[in-house]
Write a protein that binds this ligand. Structure first.
Ligand code: FPP
Length: 284
């Protein structure tokens, strides 16, 4: 049962926003491209890494709010396969902040019944980072609330390539090299196997790009872009994104139920296309 008192102070702007949310139609999976840390720091004449440090406060508040809203899944894009191109000091600081976050926030994750899972090419990260990630994942494995996925050394294309290779080796092992695979089977071998696809993708700092994030999984996601820079992103902005999401008409390539009366019968191809869309949205 969602406890509204834990979501907003009486009389606050957050309370006004929460009242506008239909709690029966929440997104099940919210994915976030956290952007604008560097610009946030620059506007304050601070080094870029201070933007990342400040961004952790947003991570804490948004994940905790997601848990209190009883969302199913939140996936945060923390480090892409392309981010290795950043200055060595910035990469090292990001990894240090990640380890610090995991150590300090484990108690909060436990208190909020949050299950933590890293996704991406985790084996490419420093062993000390891998150890902290494994520890947090193991400690929270039995929690039954929000699944908090953090994308690290992640790329959408890399994930698709890794999935193809995983499937090929599986089929070779089973001597089924001529098998024909379908979308559901492919989805079951992604890093996000058994997790609903995001229905809401939030991007901060105003950029209109998907930046190689969850390319397969966002096929039907509603996209909410805000100019707010990630270190300034607070629960108020998450509520605004959800309100925006709920104002959208979601058709998955179909038509409005009322409009379908214009057609005598749905052809088989449209039916099977709808089934594919339904599979992407349902629990696998
Ligand atoms: C993009 O801002 C942000 C990142 C590349 C990293 C996100 C990391 C954090 C919020 C902190 C670490 C996270 C955890 C979970 C510990 P940018 O640097 O590209 O900003 P810019 O576009 O303004 O330069």
């Amino acid at each position: 049962m969602i406890d509204l008192r834990k979501l907003a102070e009486p009389g606050s702007i957050e309370e006004t926003l929460v009242e506008k949310i239909d709690l029966t139609r929440l997104p099940r999976h919210v994915a976030v491209i956290m952007d604008g840390n560097g610009r946030w720091a620059k506007s304050r004449n601070l080094p870029r890494v201070e933007g990342h440090r400040a961004g952790i406060n947003s991570v804490r508040e948004i994940v905790e709010t997601g848990a209190r809203l009883e969302l199913g899944v939140m996936t945060l894009y923390a480090f892409s396969v392309e981010n290795w191109k950043r200055p060595r000091y910035e990469v090292a600081t990001l990894m240090m902040l990640l380890k610090e976050y995991l150590r300090k926030e484990l108690a909060t994750l436990m208190e909020n019944n949050i299950r933590f899972k890293p996704i991406g090419r985790i084996e490419g990260l420093d062993p000390s980072v891998q150890r902290e990630l494994r520890y947090a994942q193991e400690q929270t494995a039995k929690n039954s609330g929000l699944l908090f996925q953090i994308a690290l050394n992640y790329g959408g294309r890399a994930e698709i390539v890794d999935t193809v290779n995983r499937i090929m080796s599986l089929l070779r092992e089973k001597e089924m090299s001529d098998a024909v695979i379908d979308e559901a089977f492919f989805g079951d071998h992604l890093y996000t196997a058994n997790v609903d696809d995001p229905d809401l993708l939030i991007r901060t700092s105003g950029e209109l790009r998907v930046s190689n994030f969850l390319l397969w999984q966002i096929a039907y996601a509603e996209i909410h872009v805000t100019k707010v820079l990630w270190p300034d992103f607070r629960k108020q902005h998450l509520f605004e994104a959800i309100i925006d999401f709920q104002s959208r008409e979601r058709r998955y390539g179909g038509v409005e139920p009322g409009d379908s009366e214009m057609f005598v019968e749905q052809d088989e191809t449209a039916d099977s296309r709808q089934q594919t869309a339904d599979r992407g949205r349902s629990n696998k």
